[in-house]
Ligand binder design. Structure first.
Ligand SMILES: Nc1ncnc2c1ncn2[C@@H]1O[C@H](COP(=O)(O)OP(=O)(O)O)[C@@H](O)[C@H]1O
Ligand SMILES: [Mg+2]
Length: 249
C-alpha cells in the first residue's frame, strides 16, 4: 500500500478526466441524499452526459438497493473498473465493508475512503456524483481533503431543526472556500419559504423543492419505476439550475 501523500496524488490523477465532482451532502441521515444522488445520476445519463455514481456513505450505503442491483465486485485492471449500470458507472464503499460491522473504526474509515478513491478508474466523465456520509465528521473532512475540485449540493428538509445544522455546514464550507452549488429542499409537505429565505440570507442558491412523494418508497429497487415517480419529475425541474453552475463561478 502507498503512503497517504502518494495516494493523494494518485487520486488527483484518477479524477483528472472528470469535469465536475458533485458531493450530495446533508447534515442528517434520512433526508434523501441517496435517492437524490441515484436519480440525479440517472437523469444526467439520460441527457447524454457521461456519469459516475460513487456511494461513500459507509454508515448506510444504499445506492445499490435503490438501483436494485446486487453488489458484484468490480473488474480489476491495475485498479478497479466500475461496472456500468443503467448507463452510469457505479462504485460503492459497500464492496469494501461487505458484511463487516459498520461503522468501522475512525482510522479505517479514512483509509477505506482514500483507498477507494485511489484505485477507482473513472476515465472520462462529465459528472461524478458522490453520495456523501451525513454531517461534517471525519469522513466528510477526509473526502474534502482528498478531492480538490469538490462542489457541494446540499439537501435539507423544511424543518427548523434541520436548518440549524445546515447553516453550520454552509459556514464550514465557506470558511474552507469550497463551492456550494445550492440547496434542495426535500420531502416538502407544507407551504413555507423558510428554507428559501434562510438560504438567500446566507448567499446560497435555493435550487427548488421536491415534495413528499408517497409513491417513492414502493418504487425503490426499480429504476424504471423511480423514473416515473412525482419525485423524479420534481428533481428533473431542478437539473437545469445545476447545469447553469458554470455561470455562477
Ligand atoms: N421526496 C420524498 N418523498 C417521499 N419519500 C422520500 C423522499 N425523499 C426521500 N424519501 C425516502 O426517505 C428515506 C430516506 O431517503 P435516503 O435517500 O435513504 O436518505 P439519506 O441518504 O439522506 O439517508 C427513503 O426511504 C426514501 O425513499
Ligand atoms: Mg443514504
Amino acid at each position: 500500500m502507498l503512503g497517504i501523500d502518494a495516494r493523494f496524488s494518485v487520486i488527483e490523477d484518477r479524477l483528472k478526466g472528470v469535469k465536475r465532482i458533485i458531493a450530495v451532502s446533508a447534515c442528517k441521515g434520512g433526508v434523501g441524499k441517496s435517492v437524490i444522488s441515484c436519480s440525479l445520476a440517472l437523469k444526467l445519463a439520460e441527457r447524454g452526459y457521461k456519469v459516475g455514481l460513487l456511494d461513500l456513505d459507509f454508515f448506510s450505503p444504499s445506492d445499490h438497493m435503490i438501483l436494485g442491483i446486487k453488489p458484484a465486485f468490480p473488474q480489476e485492471e491495475k485498479g478497479l473498473l466500475p461496472p456500468t449500470i443503467y448507463g452510469i458507472k457505479f462504485m460503492s464503499i459497500i464492496y469494501f465493508i461487505e458484511d463487516k460491522p459498520a461503522p468501522l473504526r475512525g482510522i479505517d474509515v479514512s483509509n477505506a475512503i482514500i483507498e477507494l478513491l485511489a484505485i477507482t478508474i473513472w476515465k472520462e466523465l462529465d459528472f461524478l456524483i458522490i453520495d456523501m456520509p451525513p454531517g461534517i465528521g471525519d469522513a466528510t473532512l477526509e473526502i474534502i481533503r482528498a478531492i480538490k475540485r469538490l462542489e457541494f449540493l446540499l439537501v435539507s428538509t423544511q424543518s427548523k431543526l434541520a436548518w440549524e445544522s445546515v447553516e453550520r455546514m454552509i459556514k464550514m464550507l465557506k470558511q474552507q472556500s469550497i463551492p456550494v452549488i445550492g440547496i434542495i429542499e426535500n420531502m416538502k409537505q407544507k407551504d413555507s419559504d423558510f428554507i428559501k429565505r434562510n438560504a438567500k440570507d446566507l448567499g446560497i442558491r435555493y435550487l427548488g423543492a421536491i415534495k413528499f412523494d408517497p409513491g417513492l418508497e414502493d418504487s425503490l429497487s426499480s429504476v424504471e419505476k423511480i423514473s416515473k415517480t412525482e419525485f423524479a419529475k420534481w428533481l428533473e425541474e431542478i437539473i437545469p439550475k445545476l447545469l447553469q453552475q458554470e455561470k455562477f463561478k
